[in-house]
Each structure stands twice: as C-alpha cells, then as structure tokens.
Design a protein around this ligand. Structure first.
Ligand code: NAD
Length: 443
C-alpha cells in the first residue's frame, strides 16, 4: 500500500507551533469537504425540511485565496498562500486559523462548514469560518512568523471584523499569533485603542479570557462523562482511556479524565505511544512532556508505535490529533466501546460505519470539542462588554453549555433513532434552517 505524507506535528518546537508531516494510506485520501457534506446529507434525509433551504445550507458561501509575499530572514522573498472561508448565514462567522504545510482550500472549506454546525450545537450566535496559511511554522523563525501573520492579516483586513468574522487559534497557531493579528488589525483600522474583540484566544493581557487554553479538553472530558453515564449507566471511575495526541486538546483531556477517576492507560504523540496497563501517572507524563516536548521516553510505561494508541484495549478512545486517522483499515482493530472526537474529523465515513455496526458509541467532533469555541464566545462577549470573567465563572458556564448541548444532541439522536453525529446535524440543521427561513431570501 502506498503512503501519502500529510500532517503530523513534529513535537512542539519553535514557539510551540507545530509543523505537520505524517502518513495516511492512499486509500483513505478523502475530500474532507465532500465527507462533511455527506454527513449533512445523511441527517437531512431524516428531516422533513424544504429542499430550497437545504440547498442554501449545503455549501460554503465565501472562499478567499490569497498569495502574498513575506521577507525571510536571509533577505529572500517567499510567496505564501492563505485562505479564509465562511459558511455564513448569520454574523459573525467564527473559526480558527491553521498554519500547516498541508492546508488547502478543501480542508478549510470542510472546517468552516463544521464550525457552523458546532457553534449551533453549542447554542452560540455564530456561523462557521476557517482560515489558514500553507506553511510549516516549525521551520519559520519568530520574526518570519510574525511578518507572515501581519501580512496575512492585512490581506484579510476587509474580511476580519468584530461583528462579521472573528478568527481564533487552531493547529499551528497560538495566543501570540492572535496577539499579532489583533495588533495589526487595530493598526490598519486606524484605531487609537485596540480592537480586542476582532480575535479570540489572545493572551490574557490583551483581553484574552481565563480558561481558554483548557476549554476544549475540559469540554471533551465533560461530554465523555455525560455520554458514558447515559449510555453505560455507570460513572467514569476506573474506566480505561487512551488518548491520541498530547497537544492542547489531548493533554488537557487526559488530565481532566485522570482527575475524574479514569485510568488513562495510553497516550501518544507524533513520536509514539506510551502504555501502562495499570494506568499512567498523568501529572508525571505532563511534567515529562513539558520538559522533553514529547511523551516518548517517559519511563514508567511500555513504548509502542505511533498508531498503536488506537488499538489498545480500553473503554474510551479520545482521538485528539488530526483528521482521518480512524480509517477503514484500522477500524476493525479498535476495541474501545466509546470514541470521543477531540480532534476535528478524525473518523472517515468508512471507519464510522464499521464502528457503528459493531455498537461503538461515537461522540462527534461538533459536540465533543465545542468547548473551545464556546469559551471563545465568552471571550468575544467579555471584550465587547469590557468585562473580565473569573476562571470559575468561565468553567461553570462552559459546563452549562456542554451539558445542554449533550442533552439536545442525545434527544435528537434518540428521537430520530440514529447515531449521535447524525443527531447533532439534525439538531443544528433544524435551527439554522429555521433562522434562514425566517429571514427569507434576498431579493
Ligand atoms: P496540537 O498541535 O496542540 O496537538 C496535536 C497533537 O497531536 C500533538 O501532540 C502531536 O504530536 C499529535 N499528533 C499528530 N499527529 C499524530 C499522530 N499521527 N498520532 C499521534 N499523535 C499525533 O493541536 P490541538 O490544538 O490539540 O488540536 C488537535 C485537534 O483538535 C485538531 O483536529 C484541532 O483542529 C482540534 N481542535 C482543537 C481545538 C483547540 O482549542 N485547540 C478546538 C477544537 C478542535
């Protein structure tokens, strides 16, 4: 079988921004946008809904591709390609910016499309967007990264806007990058004061919110608890967990689940999997990771291959790395009774069908990892109102939003006798269609 190189973070190197190179099988080379549309279609088929509304919701409606120059440290000028896509039915649109070598228009379209449904499932007054620049941030100096970010922001100056399109971090970007975006946008707008609410995920000093860094992982853990209790009638105490990816989402998910009483037996990153059948000491793994920038080499565990994390015998598997890693080929070997998607689109349609057919509960990305955008919403609202939320308030509200989202998705799935992903889409399509219908069609 031929292999195709794509995106796997090289453990956090320069400025904690990860470049990604990895391997997936050619057979699994799927168009992520078409994949997402198929999931939409599966849900739409269960609904009694005007096809003229569906046709409007099925496509992204703004796609911008720009090529722009950046001066490198050695004096050369390099051209970079950047994107911003909106799936816009109400404003603002919301979604992260991804810096990675593999970024292309279809991937950004898919992620923008997913953001609409994720925001709607979470009950946020946003529709979806996503942006990206095709680059390997681990190979750029800090100065190059800053110049690239500022130029990309200039290219997007008529797209980004606090009431129209609000970006955030995603893979390969972080708070520092968001700070540069905020500063550049404010400068270009000729503002005498900063426009903090044009971007979320900023450093606290620049109007960021307490708890944003932990938000996605905390949301994943909360949803895991709700789903496990509902479907298996039991607490999380002693349940075995494997987590794929030990970046922002994976490490915080592992930490939270460990604190909630789970036995986290395996975690992985791009360098390998560590496995201890008696449970890993997650605080010690976090300390090792902070020092070594990888989980590999952690002492009190067996070292397994990168992909093995998916196949260890556990109750719960949390993929929290990249797209398309649970595939047709490995799905038969996945033993977990529940898969909670911390990553966006980690499961291909073939793999999903296989897992559902053997009774695995899949908690979909648009529910499971919605904690990040939910706290981004709090940050945006906090900045507009010139307030500063306390951390406890952020986490209490996050819990409320996640719990409500889970209840609604679960109810939709049960009402339509379908899986959770389809239930989530049904719920979200119904809400968005109703909004669009009430506004009517111009002209
Ligand atoms: P990150 O860059 O912080 O971490 C990614 C981790 O995955 C790293 O530990 C890396 O080594 C590991 N990894 C990469 N390829 C791997 C592979 N093949 N096998 C095992 N591990 C591998 O990224 P992140 O912010 O944690 O995002 C992870 C996923 O979650 C992405 O799909 C992202 O879009 C999604 N997501 C992130 C957020 C957020 O708030 N950060 C919110 C929602 C969704």
């Amino acid at each position: 079988m031929r292999n195709l190189y794509i995106h796997v973070p090289l453990a956090l190197k320069k400025h904690d921004l990860a470049g990604r190179v990895g391997v997936i099988s050619m057979d699994e080379k799927v168009n992520p946008y078409k994949n997402a549309q198929k999931q939409f279609d599966k849900a739409a088929a269960l609904m009694d809904i005007d096809k003229n509304l569906l046709v409007r919701l099925r496509k992204t409606n703004f796609e911008l591709e720009v090529n722009f120059p950046v001066r490198m440290d050695n004096g050369d000028v390099r051209m970079f390609t950047g994107y911003r896509v909106q799936h816009r039915f109400r404003s603002p649109t919301k979604g992260g910016i991804r810096y990675a070598p593999f970024v292309d228009l279809d991937e950004i379209k898919a992620l923008a499309f997913l953001m609409t449904w994720k925001c709607t499932v979470a009950g946020l007054p946003f529709s979806g967007a996503k942006g990206g620049v095709a680059c390997d941030p681990s190979k750029l100096s800090k100065g190059e990264l800053e110049r690239l970010t500022r130029r990309y922001t200039e290219e997007m100056r008529h797209v980004f806007h606090p009431k129209l399109d609000v970006p955030a971090p995603d893979m390969g970007t972080n708070g520092e990058v968001m700070g540069w975006i905020m500063d550049t946008y404010s400068f270009l707008e000729g503002q005498r004061q900063e426009v903090a609410e044009v971007v979320t995920g900023k450093p606290i000093e620049l109007g960021g919110i307490e708890g944003r860094i932990e938000a996605t992982g905390r949301g994943v853990a909360r949803i895991t608890e709700l789903a496990w209790t509902h479907y298996y009638g039991d607490t999380l105490s002693g349940k075995t967990v494997a987590v794929q990816g030990f970046g922002n989402v994976g490490s915080i998910s592992a930490k939270q689940l460990h604190e909630m009483g789970c036995k986290v037996v395996a975690v992985s990153d791009v360098n390998g999997t560590i496995y201890n059948v008696n449970g890993l000491d997650i605080p010690a793994v976090l300390a090792h990771g902070a020092k070594e920038r990888t989980v590999a080499g952690y002492g009190n565990a067996d070292a397994l291959g990168v992909k093995d994390v998916l196949e260890v015998p556990v109750d719960i598997l949390v993929p929290a790395a990249l797209e398309n890693l649970l595939i047709k080929e490995n799905a038969p070997r996945i033993k977990a009774r529940m898969v909670v998607e911390g990553a966006n689109a980690p499961t291909t349609l073939d793999a999903e069908n296989h897992l559902l057919s053997k009774g695995t509960i899949i908690v979909p990305d648009i529910l499971a990892n919605a904690g990040g955008v939910t706290v981004s919403y709090f940050e945006w609202a906090q900045d507009i109102q010139a307030q500063a939320w306390e951390e406890k308030h952020v986490y209490d509200e996050l819990n409320t939003y996640m719990t409500r989202a889970f209840e609604r998705v679960k109810n939709a799935a049960e009402k339509h006798k379908t899986d959770l992903r389809t239930g989530a889409y049904v719920l979200a399509i119904d809400k968005v269609a109703s909004y669009v219908n009430k506004r009517g069609l111009f002209p």
